[in-house]
Design a protein around this ligand. Structure first.
Ligand SMILES: *Cc1c(COP(=O)(O)O)cnc(C)c1O
Length: 414
């Protein structure tokens, strides 16, 4: 007898979609068994129990006030394509089980790589793995022994160097908050230079004209890379085409479900060959860090097919406009100090003269802002990852939080 759990169940899928379409907010505590249940509830009951928790208690990344992190809402076309890929479960490790999924990944990489001057690459679960893959290729292809980057590099750069047994040197920042070019060693013949396009804390795009001076240059464009799709902002990453490799997180500014990212190479044949392994049960060599690898390209391909380059750029530009509007509001506020530059939709500010940003931050709705440290100061950080953010709502809440914070400070003073 066929086990119906493995067949498409229209009623069950409708129940799941309905829970998503009509989310019921829930304050209910986690009411799940603490130990592995011996007998199952059945699919329908499991969905019924989980919906109020999984959906009801989730943060809404597309809410009008969501402006805190590099985590975007995802478009419904990506939900639909993800449902397909979960149902089909293609494994790109085996051409046999993934006859078209492999080609679809090649196609989406071919669409995106030229924007960065790269000729190919592969998809990875995010830029942490992309950075690791890049440094590995740099070691194998260019004989790089040391990683040189800036203080603003993402932690995954140091982590990757550690895994690979490479020394990691972090150079100081210039006044703009990017790698200080005059601190670069003269001899970079044994070095992989990692430049960041969109630093995690402040969104600073480092000087990419520094590319091509080292044995290998890797650009960590996890956050700001997608600006290359926008004619208006693409120039901010000029110089990236001279890098040897580029990391981009598709689950950030390409609005993809996690975990989706790209590692791109200028000479992908040489780079990928150097990080490939064969095996008795493999029909084709296994490229890069991952073993089994799903069809994460399909939601990205579906989104790009639905929107085109222009549609994707329009969403990113809407995020940039939101950041610019917020920046304008903040820089016109007498009680606020704002961080410059404004490179990639990350806005940092602090109540002027305040010792701590916490009292103001605590008055802001969860998901409206986060906190970071730059140049020895705490800053309130806002990231324009949500094309549906409403800056009027955000600035009104900030105005109220500041007024309350200022009056507290006044009381303390008297
Ligand atoms: C987010 C980020 C990373 C890590 O990427 P994941 O996709 O989270 O693994 C690396 N570098 C920068 C600059 C980032 O912003």
């Amino acid at each position: 007898m066929t086990d119906g759990s493995f067949l498409a169940n229209a009623e069950g899928l409708r129940q799941a979609a309905d829970a998503l379409l009509n989310p019921r907010p829930s304050e209910a505590a986690l009411t799940l068994p603490s130990a592995l249940p011996e007998t199952g509830l059945g699919e329908s009951e499991a969905l019924e129990r989980l919906a109020p928790i999984v959906i009801g208690q989730a943060r809404r990344l597309g809410a009008p006030e969501a402006f805190a992190h590099m985590d975007p809402p995802t478009p419904w076309i990506a939900w639909a394509a993800t449902l397909w890929t979960a149902a089909l479960n293609q494994n790109l490790l085996h051409p046999d089980t993934a006859p078209v999924a492999r080609d679809l990944e090649v196609r989406v990489v071919d669409w995106l790589a030229p924007l960065f001057g790269m000729d190919g690459g592969h998809m990875v679960p995010g830029s942490t793995i992309a950075n690791l893959t890049a440094l590995w290729a740099a070691r194998e292809v260019a004989g790089a022994e040391i990683v040189i980057t800036s203080e603003a590099a993402h932690l995954s750069v140091g982590k990757s160097a550690h895994i690979l047994g490479m020394e990691c040197v972090k150079l100081p920042l210039d006044a703009r908050g990017g790698l200080a070019a005059d601190a670069l060693p003269k001899d970079l013949s044994k070095a992989v230079l990692v430049l960041t396009a969109g630093t995690t804390s402040a969104g600073v795009i480092e000087d990419l004209s520094l590319a091509a001076r080292a044995a290998w240059t890797h650009v960590d464009a996890a956050w700001a890379g997608p600006l290359r799709l926008s004619p208006r902002y693409a120039g901010r990453l000029d110089g990236v085409e001279r890098a040897d490799s580029v990391a981009v997180s598709a689950h950030k500014w390409l609005f993809q479900p996690k975990e989706s990212g790209l590692i791109l190479f200028r000479d992908s044949a040489a780079a990928q060959q150097a990080i490939s392994f064969g095996g008795a049960y493999l029909a084709v060599p296994n490229v890069g860090v991952l073993g089994s690898h799903g069809a994460i390209a399909v939601p990205l391909l579906a989104t790009l097919l639905a929107w085109g380059r222009a549609g994707m750029a329009a969403r990113i530009e809407r995020c940039m406009a939101a950041a610019e509007d917020l920046w304008e509001f903040l820089s016109g506020h007498p009680g606020v100090e704002v961080f410059e530059p404004q490179d990639s939709g990350v806005v940092l500010w602090r109540p002027r003269g305040a010792e701590s940003v916490d009292p103001v931050l605590q008055r802001l709705a969860p998901g409206l802002a986060s906190k970071t440290q730059v140049a020895g100061w705490d800053w309130i950080r806002q990231v324009a990852a949500n094309p549906n953010v409403d800056v009027k709502i955000v600035s009104a809440s900030i105005g109220l939080a500041l007024a309350a914070g200022l009056s507290d400070a006044g009381q303390e003073g008297t």
